[in-house]
Design a protein around this ligand. Structure first.
Ligand code: XMP
Length: 310
C-alpha cells in the first residue's frame, strides 16, 4: 500500500463529501477511530467535531488520555458522559449477542443525538476490513457494522456515515496512523473492541463488574505489554470459586487472562507467557482487585476460540 497516496485520496474524498458542512467523529482512543479522526481533521479542520463518548466500558483513564494526546496534535476533543444509559441498556442481559445489540443500539442513539445537537451532517467512523468480513461471515455482529446487517443508519439513526478505513486491515491502519503523526501510544496500541469491557465480562454487565475487570485489565496490560501481544486482556467469568483470605473462606470472583499474537485478528496464537510473569499476574490481580480469588490463563488459539471471550 502507498500510504501517502491513500491519505491524500481519503482526505480529498472526505473534503469533497463534507464540503462546508460539519462532521462528527466518535473517538474512542483506539487506533482506528484515532486515525479516522486525524484524517478527518486534516480534511476539514475544525468543521470536524471530535467527541469521546464515555460509555462506562472504557479502560482506566481513557478519556483524559485521549484528550491530552489529541491536544498535543492540535485537535480538541470533548467528552460526553453517557455511562448511565449504557448500564441501563445492558442491565439484565447475560447473552453476548444481546449485549452487543444493546450496546450498538445505545451507541448509535447516543451518537445520533450528539450529531443532531452539533448540527453535523456526516459521521466519520473507523470501520476496518476485518469488522466487515467477520460480520458478513456471521461470526459476530461487530458493533459498528450496520448496512451489512440490513440497518439503514440514515433512516434508523439519522446518520450519514463515512468509513475511510473500510478496505484496510489493522497493520495497514497502523501504517496510516504513523504517517499521520499519531504517537506510538496510539499507533501501536492494542485493538480494543467497540463494546469495550462488556466483551470481557461473561454474563451481566454492571458498574461493579466493570470496575473489577477494568482494574484487572490495567494490571494485565502493565505486566504483558513488554511481550508485545496483539491483544491481552482480563476477563471476568460468571462462576465463582472458593478462596481463602486471612484464614477465612471467601466465595470470590474468577479472572481469566488472555494474550494473543495476530496479524489481522482473523487468526491468533496464544502468547507463551513465562511462568514467573504468570505468577506475578496472579499475585497482583488477587492482591489488587477486590473480590478476586482465582486467576486462569487461556491456552486457546483462534480458531477454535475468538479473540474476545464473549
Ligand atoms: P474476535 O473476538 O471476533 O475479535 O476474534 C476480532 C477482533 O475484533 C475485535 N472485536 C470487536 N471490535 N466491536 C469491535 O469494534 C465488537 O463487537 C468486537 N468484537 C471483537 C477484537 O477485539 C479483535 O481485535
Amino acid at each position: 500500500m502507498d500510504v501517502q497516496a491513500f491519505i491524500a485520496q481519503q482526505v480529498e474524498e472526505i473534503r469533497g463529501i463534507v464540503g462546508s458542512e460539519k462532521a462528527l467523529v466518535a473517538l474512542s482512543g483506539g487506533v482506528d477511530s484515532s486515525t479516522v479522526a486525524l484524517l478527518g481533521h486534516r480534511a476539514v479542520g475544525d468543521q470536524l467535531d471530535c467527541l469521546f463518548i464515555d460509555d462506562g466500558l472504557m479502560r482506566k483513564n481513557e478519556g483524559p488520555m485521549v484528550q491530552e494526546t489529541f491536544a498535543r496534535l492540535g485537535v480538541k476533543v470533548r467528552i460526553m458522559d453517557a455511562a448511565q444509559r449504557f448500564f441501563d441498556a445492558l442491565k439484565g442481559l447475560p447473552d453476548p449477542e444481546e449485549k452487543r445489540k444493546a450496546f450498538r443500539d445505545t451507541f448509535y442513539r447516543t451518537l445520533g443525538e450528539a450529531v443532531r445537537e452539533s448540527g453535523a451532517k456526516f459521521m466519520l467512523q473507523g470501520t476496518i476490513a476485518a469488522d466487515v468480513i467477520e460480520t458478513q461471515k456471521g461470526i459476530k455482529t461487530q458493533h459498528n457494522i450496520l448496512e451489512q446487517i440490513g440497518i439503514d443508519p440514515a433512516a434508523e439513526y439519522g446518520l450519514c456515515i463515512l468509513e475511510p478505513l473500510k478496505t484496510l486491515f489493522k497493520h495497514e491502519v497502523r501504517e496510516v496512523a504513523r504517517a499521520l503523526g499519531l504517537p506510538p501510544e496510539i499507533s501501536e496500541r492494542q485493538p480494543f473492541p467497540g463494546p469495550g469491557l462488556a466483551t470481557r465480562i461473561v454474563g451481566e454487565v454492571t458498574p461493579e463488574r466493570v470496575a473489577t475487570v477494568r482494574e484487572a485489565q490495567a494490571i494485565v496490560e502493565e505486566e504483558l505489554e513488554e511481550l508485545k501481544p496483539f491483544q491481552c486482556m482480563a476477563v471476568l467469568l460468571s462462576d465463582r470459586a472458593t478462596g481463602l483470605r486471612d484464614g477465612e473462606r471467601e466465595l470470590g470472583q474468577i479472572i481469566a487472562v488472555r494474550a494473543v499474537y495476530s496479524k489481522d485478528a482473523m487468526t491468533a496464537d496464544v502468547v507463551q507467557v513465562p511462568w514467573e510473569k504468570l505468577t506475578r499476574l496472579q499475585q497482583r490481580i488477587c492482591a489488587e482487585v477486590p473480590g478476586v480469588v482465582k486467576v486462569l490463563y487461556d491456552l486457546t488459539p483462534k480458531p477454535p476460540s475468538t479473540i474476545e471471550y464473549v
